[in-house]
Ligand binder design. Structure first.
Ligand SMILES: [Cu+2]
Length: 335
């Protein structure tokens, strides 16, 4: 595929698979259409992340869609989304990659997209587009880290609490220092809801949002989903967690019960790791990269909770489990 195709039609994207790489001499472009094989909105959000490809040009078609979500057990919500899920799909690129975005508004309201990983004029790339409109822009991912991407259409608070966010990981040019055996993405966010626990889906509660009285605080879009479906790692694994806080309004005081972070990369700067960290706070609109090892001499086989240590928020859903190895039972959990 050559560069001419990049200026082609939306249809060209639709005909291509979910992700495909093509080669023209030294030029390599990977194209991903997040609309081609959407994840089910009611499934457990898959927190595992695959490595970024070597393609130096990465294109993403991102459809904006209204979505009926399940934000807690038995609680549905009429949300807005990127590609049908909340959070939207993970984008992963490498420092120095050229990132090309095709945003397509398939929803019923005006929306936009704001990449925190991009250095770009907001009036050009982040402008609001009408239903059935589309927008193309590109940027070079110059700054490694774990970043928030979100709709920036006013009122931003409403578009965020409706579910319009996704994470982008920018790997350092030469990779993260040291190898990880497992990598996961965790996006914290809040929902402010009227109803939702009856037959009718819940709706946004603007007054509660302004008062910062969240109904649910969640990891990857649903309260407590990783209590029922823990993240699974093996004994001895070094685990890297990319944690992004979509807010809209709360910090995430990220902590793993029973573990200490060997490294925390605040905002993902690989050159400046903190060592031996118990809890690290991620502001709304921020991200950080965490590493810990579940080795047999320390945090070995067993069950570990990941939480925001602001426990009023954890009690509203921001708790998940990491299962290391095959512990005999999960009983008498205290978190
Ligand atoms: Cu929006």
């Amino acid at each position: 595929m050559n560069l001419k195709v990049l200026g082609g039609s939306i249809l060209a994207f639709a005909l291509i698979g979910v992700a495909s790489a093509s080669f023209t001499g030294a030029l390599r472009t990977e194209r991903t259409d997040f609309g081609a094989a959407p994840r089910a909105a009611d499934a457990v959000y898959d927190a595992t992340v695959a490595p970024a490809s070597a393609a130096p040009i990465k294109e993403f078609r991102i459809p904006i869609r209204d979505a009926k979500l399940e934000i807690a057990g038995g609680v549905t919500y009429n949300g807005w989304s990127f590609a049908g899920t909340v959070p939207g799909p993970v984008i992963r690129v490498r420092e120095g990659d050229l990132v090309r975005i095709l945003l397509v508004n398939e929803a019923s309201m005006p929306h936009s997209i704001d990449f925190h990983a991009a250095r770009i004029p907001m009036n050009v790339a982040f402008r609001t587009i009408l239903p059935r409109d589309s927008l193309r822009f590109e940027f070079v991912a110059r700054d490694p880290g774990a970043y928030l991407v979100h709709c920036g259409t006013p009122p931003v608070l409403l578009h965020l609490m409706q579910g319009m966010y996704l994470p982008i990981i920018v790997d350092p040019r030469h990779g993260w220092p040291g190898k990880a055996d497992k990598e996961f993405i965790i996006v914290q966010s809040e929902f402010y809801v009227q109803g939702g626990d009856s037959a009718l889906p819940g709706q946004a509660d603007w007054k509660q949002a302004l008062a910062r009285q969240a109904s649910y605080v969640v990891f990857n879009g649903r309260a407590f989903q990783y209590q029922q479906h823990p993240l699974e790692v093996a004994v001895g694994d070094r685990v890297r967690l990319f944690v992004v806080n979509a807010g809209p309004s709360f910090s995430s005081d990220f902590h793993v019960v029973g573990a200490v972070f060997d490294k925390v990369y605040p905002d993902g700067d690989a050159a400046h790791a903190l060592a031996h960290v118990q809890t690290w706070s991620i502001p709304a609109g921020g991200g950080a990269v965490f590493e810990t090892v579940f080795d047999k001499d320390g945090s070995g086989e067993g069950v570990y909770a990941f939480v925001t240590h602001a426990f009023a928020d954890a009690a509203k859903g921001a708790v998940g489990l990491i299962r290391v190895g095959a512990p005999p039972q999960v009983a008498a959990m205290t978190h």
